[in-house]
Unconditional design. Sequence first.
Lengths: 789, 288, 155
Amino acid sequence: MSTPMGFGRMHRKEDARFIRGRGGYVDDVNLPGMLYGAILRSPHAHARIVSIDTSAALAHPKVKAVITGETLAGLNLAWMPTLSADTQAVLATDKVRFQGQEVAFVVAEDRYSARDALELIDVEYDALDAVIDARKSLDPDAPIIRDDHEGRADNKIFDWEAGDKATTDAVFAQAEVTVTQDMLYPRVHPAPLETCGAVADFDKVTGKLTVWCPTQAPHAHRTLYALVAGLPEHKIRVISPDIGGGFGNKVGIYPGYVCAIVGSIVTGKPVKWMEDRSENLMSTSFARDYHMRGEVAATRDGKIQAIRVKVLADHGAFNGTAQPTKFPAGFFHVFTGSYDLRAAHCEVTGVYTNKAPGGVAYACSFRITEAVYLVERMIDVLAMELGADPAELRMKNLLRSEQFPYTSPTGWEYDSGDYQKTLQLAMDMAGYDALRREQAEKRDRGELMGIGIAFFTEAVGAGPRKHMDILGLGMADGAELRVHPTGKAVLRVSCQSQGQGHETTFAQIVASELGISPDDVDVVHGDTDQTPFGLGTYGSRSTPVSGAAAAMVSRKVRERARQVAAAMLEASPEDLEWAVNESGGAWTVAGTGAGKTIQEIALAAHSSLELPEGIEGHLDATCVYNPPNLTYPFGAYICVVDVDPGTGQVKVRRFIAVDDCGVRINPMIVEGQVHGGLADGVGMALMQLMAFDEDGNHLGASFMDYLLPTAMECPSWELGETVTPSPHHPIGAKGVGESATVGSPPAVVNAVLDALRPFGVRHADMPLTPAGVWRAMQGNPIRTDLAIS
Amino acid sequence: MQVPASFEFERAESVPHALELLERYGPEARLVAGGHSLIPMMKLRLAQPDALIDINGLAELSQLGVEGDTLVIGALVRHAALLADDAVGAYFPIFHEAERVIADPVVRNRGTVGGSLCQADPSEDLSAAFAAVRADAVIVGPGGSRTVPIREFHVGPYETVVEPGEILTELRVRIKPGAGSAYEKVERRVGDWPVAAVGAYLRTNEGMIVEAGLGLTAVGAEHFAAPDAEAYLIGKAAGEDVLREAARIAAASCAPQADQRGPVDYKRHLAGELTYRALSRAAERSRA
Amino acid sequence: MRVSVTVNGQNYVRDVEPRLLLVHFLRDELRLTGTHWGCDTSNCGVCVVQLDGVPVKSCTVLAVMADGHEVTTVEGLEKDGALDPVQEGFVQCHGLQCGFCTPGMLMTARWLLDRNPDPDEGEIREAISGQLCRCTGYENIVRSVRWAAEKEASV
């Protein structure tokens, strides 16, 4: 594979270190004199803390400090603000509110001793009744979880609605056909293979705090530390090193990070804290946990008219939802999906339960995952009611290309789309009609085969300032581009890669704009002292926002280059044309052969050439990109499954995914991202689950119980593409990181339920484990959020 | 990552040396071979032995082969070795089918047959396979060696007849003509413990069943076996109705418990369905 | 306890606690941080190294159990400045994204090809079935191993 002069397939620049074992992740950071932290966590879901005795732990010869909520209260750090206008305990002071909550922090000379010392801390608890079943959280006799809130008399966090209730209700009142379905998008966890952790190093002499932390948002972390801890922001440096996967798990600030910082301040030494896997699954950002009721109104011949949704949202013990929108349910109100309908309305009620905080994580695009699942399941429920083919029903109701830009009934402005073309391509690739014939033959023989379709519209690249911010910080991202005298470039961006290949993709963007090789562009990211401010990587926003910034800053450089080239060529800047050929990009004098390449111009900009007025002597530039709108990638997915009628086991035989993410900068990387998201979808649909027993014990607290898909459960993915550029993005790209995670779960679930059609099964909740499928066949489905009894 | 509490470590040079070390360190010492059950438990601090006695160097426990009419499997045989052995596959396909679904290839490189049996997890696959073929377990102790039928080996969940000062050294299985065997497992995902699994062993003579063995795991079958269903099969032709009835009897004799792998009714259903499937394939092989 | 372990051809003698896990011995004692850890229960496989040529999960092996044995880690794959074909394959076929599972995948892939120079897709999937990847959906890992097999067949 040769290196293209811009967009196209090229091998990743970052691979060279990873294949040699020379990546640098947070647990690889090793500082002289470094100490190790460990967190003591609550065994109870809900209990009052009577006392904490740390004396035996402090007596351990290798223990340097033990920090409790009381210690932190003295520093005014026992509680920290969440990203959703709530507070969260850093270390519990009054009571514990979920199993696995942070209670004490030990700092010791090595990791084994730190772990040993946890056993020496004696905490006396007074156990309280726990609220585990979200559906009972608002019962009048439910225990009040957040009694730290003055005057609180229940467990409700918010009631919120979107859309037009009156119009929607009117459409429903007159509808020829309505269907209603309850469904749960269960609690899952992003579970990146690298857990969360931090190394904090506070230098008492300089007053500088350096925090190595695999964060998806290093600049936001820096500002939040400044706001929370009262440290001067210029004395804080956050370094996000190589990250072993994020998927939304590494957006927020966790108590352990604050503890590591306090530990370093208290001991005067660097302190490393790394979560173990159980801690990661039990305490850090989970995702979903939406109990939904969907209703669809349609005509008898299958034209969808309205959708109505009610949601009970389980946010856990603290409202720690890490999402930047002004809407408490994130982007959930794009639940009208890809369809042309008259009216829509949703009501969402958020509640506290005795479970870990979080809710927005795991490649979910701020609740679009839940929204797409809801609408795509409802379309299949409607198809079953009408006896319609689910592909035909979708084709009939999809938005048409001439409707774009399209304003949805709940107020979203979809930028561009050609939905029918994409669905048709997926059906052609799948051989849809032949699959239906095969299915019919198999049904006659008693074999269970299912074909599931999902069509999704994503909304990514957060986002416009009017709708979103993080604690008042607008959702912009910065880029700074330096062109060295020899024409080699260094791009500094505010976002940070967790595996998405930014070092390659962003180099390709600069290369494309400047007409140089991507090999001549280095990308610097992840270090707040070395990169411009910006809000980071989540919600598929790297390419839509930072990618746009990279393009815009390159254009600024190119414009400066035009001025310098004009001086070099003794021509007027207006007479120069930008041209790129195999040897690179150059400004040329229109109608002549005379021109100067970027390399020549860069050298001249640093030389004794007399520069035009306003040009100071280099080509470097900075820029901040404020997205004017979100971008709206979309796609059509078709899944084919075989179900064993005797055991309920599901085998995903084929998965066809046609994605339209606008312009593809590096198709190889785009396809890789889609592959990963499809595996996520198989995992969520078939096995991943965090359920709780009635006492609040976490039933998915290790990889023995929280099952992630292996190579054996994944088919060989069949990918296709259509390209509908975003009209408002500088390079027409839309973002793709979360598309497959959003779109694939309903395709798998629809396929399984399609296979179960002979049993009259209309719905069963994820994950569709063998037991879940078999029980659905018996007409006695499992409630998946609680312990199986 | 979670880490174990402190312990003392000794490397055994021979079986008598291992016995001597067990004697020296007493009941809080544990043998370690592959460590793939014990070390995770120690990291989670669910197990905190005072001492570990490493028996990985004991070549005499690694024998795997046929002695006369008996297949001998040393306790230290790795899962991968059992799975790779052609003679095992030829005489007892049940072992290859079970091993293929135990954990994953990398774990199987390290984990041992004896370790799996001695862990005595009530969902352990090999316990069912050995119960089906009625293996004998050879245990040595300070007073010499003794042989225990596998169906008397497990006393209860995580409990065996191997006393603190003793070592399981090998498993012995008689090779008989006209035998067929098979293993069926339903798991939530590759590498998971079974929701339910069944091993079947049948010997037929001119179409009639002369010996039947059923091993069931994860479904609360006493000693991992289903003796009533086995008794029912003897003397009958291995036709579909007979095998279905045996499966029904086996399922009825189980006492599964609900957990996140499945509810009781499903596990009981699986016990029957998988018994039938395993018996059908074992019968087919016995005729081959 | 004193242990003597040969890692990537070099002998190391260290005094360690018996409870020290091999993965921590490699990472913290020898500073060979290419081998990662990702769970507590030997499920994820990011810690896979070769012990006497056979892949094992180094989070479930004690360093003292490696005494007198040979360990190969990802850092030992490259020989005299030449990448191992499995390393090349992962670059050629985009077999990695975040890179965290990659060292373990490479060690198992090397072992698979040593035993079976021409594995089909199913054999590759089975070989890596005890190792999780959250980024690639495994597709390009399978292709990477196939690429390496073909490269080795062609020389």
